[in-house]
Design a protein around this ligand. Structure first.
Ligand code: PHE
Length: 373
């Protein structure tokens, strides 16, 4: 450890040596600082007022020296003082550097230090379209190719659009076929303005005809809600694609041809369709369309309950009573006619992908969803 020597030889060489010894000691001691405590000790050793090295230089070099050398020795000490101060300041930052390194090493940087750039890296899987949306888009695309445009409407609907204008008179029993979820606290409003979650996409038929005069060719994909308990094939929230074509001379034959083509586009050209009488308040006549079983080709299997046919959608010719609600916009039922249909997207997806439970579509289980990637 360096100690300040007494000066006996005042020759320039001896003075240079003494200064060089001090500088070397200063640099070495500063370089060995590795903690806050080290730095404090270093600072006090060199700068302490009472017996620090700088003070000792005054006491041991300057005070006892011959009068004619006071000036020279004074100058030497004056150059050494800022050097010592500099090393003390610098020593502190060295200590901080070391501390940051130690801190970070003990934390996450340890992990970063282990970074192996030859590893393949984290793969972030790219999402895919949900199977329900995919089928919905597929259905829409089939109709787009036939010249249909795409429309939308609100999921929270008024009683008027969901029921009344579709020829479900108030209190008509046909309303019971669609167990409806009503928005609470609407009692003060007139019945037709009360809000509900739309039970089908059919309200957009009227909304479209209010917006544009005939001719109309439109498909309306969307989410619908019914107060149905969840089972293997039913969900209180599901999706439909509605279709509406209105023009002069539209016949049931057009309806059959259009849907037959659409089913062949969706399920393959060997699929057959047939139409069974049914009832919907807004179509007359109404039909349920069935497709030949896509699993057995019509021979009969468990999936089609050995009938060879699977019921797929509701359709019919637009009831003149519906046109009457939009008569003012060019829908005169003595001059125009139209057909409409509505299909459940999940139902079609279940058939296309042979999905056992409708819930699988909504659970968000990646093991299920990634099969559609
Ligand atoms: N909206 C009917 C339903 O949800 C389906 C349908 C649409 C029937 C258009 C005929 C015409 O059951």
């Amino acid at each position: 450890m360096y100690t300040v020597p007494k000066l006996e030889d005042y020759s320039p060489e001896a003075l240079d040596r003494a200064v060089a010894d001090l500088r070397r000691a200063l640099a070495e001691e500063e370089a060995s600082i590795s903690s806050q405590a080290d730095w404090k000790a270093f600072r006090d050793r060199w700068l302490a007022r009472k017996n620090g090295i700088l003070t000792q230089l005054n006491n041991l070099w300057l005070k006892p020296c011959p009068a004619d050398l006071k000036r020279t020795i004074g100058q030497i000490i004056n150059t050494l003082r800022p050097e010592i101060e500099h090393f003390v300041t610098h020593g502190q930052s060295r200590d901080e550097d070391i501390r940051t390194v130690i801190d970070s090493l003990s934390k996450d940087a340890l992990a970063a230090d282990r970074l192996d750039i030859t590893l393949p890296g984290i793969q972030r899987p790219i999402g895919v379209k949900h199977p329900v949306l995919r089928v919905m888009d597929e259905i829409v695309a089939v109709f787009k190719a036939m010249g249909y445009s795409v429309g939308e409407g609100p999921e929270v609907e008024t009683d008027y659009y969901n029921f009344e204008s579709l020829n479900f008179p108030p209190d008509h029993p046909a309303r019971d076929t669609q167990d409806t979820l009503f928005i609470a606290g609407q009692e003060s409003k007139p019945a037709r303005d009360r809000l509900l979650l739309r039970t089908h996409t059919s309200p957009v038929q009227i909304r479209t005809m209010e917006q544009q005069p005939p001719p109309v060719r439109i498909v309306i994909p969307g989410k619908v809600h019914r107060n149905d308990p969840l089972d293997a094939t039913h969900s209180p929230v599901f999706h439909q694609v509605e279709g509406l074509a209105v023009d002069t001379n539209i016949t049931f034959c057009d309806l059959k041809g259009t849907l037959d083509h659409a089913m062949k586009a969706l399920f393959g050209s060997s699929v057959k369709t047939r139409f069974y009488p049914s009832f919907f308040p807004f179509t007359e006549p109404s039909a349920d369309m069935q497709v030949s079983c896509i699993f057995c080709g019509g021979k009969g299997c468990r999936k089609c309950k050995f009938s060879g046919w699977i019921e797929l959608l509701g359709c019919g010719m637009v009831d003149p009573n519906v046109f009457d609600f939009v008569k003012h916009n060019g829908y005169d039922s003595s001059k125009i006619s139209g057909f409409a249909f509505g299909m459940g997207v999940e139902r079609i997806a279940i058939l296309k992908y042979e999905v056992e439970e409708i819930q699988l579509f909504y659970e968000g289980d990646v093991r299920f969803l990634e099969q559609f990637a």
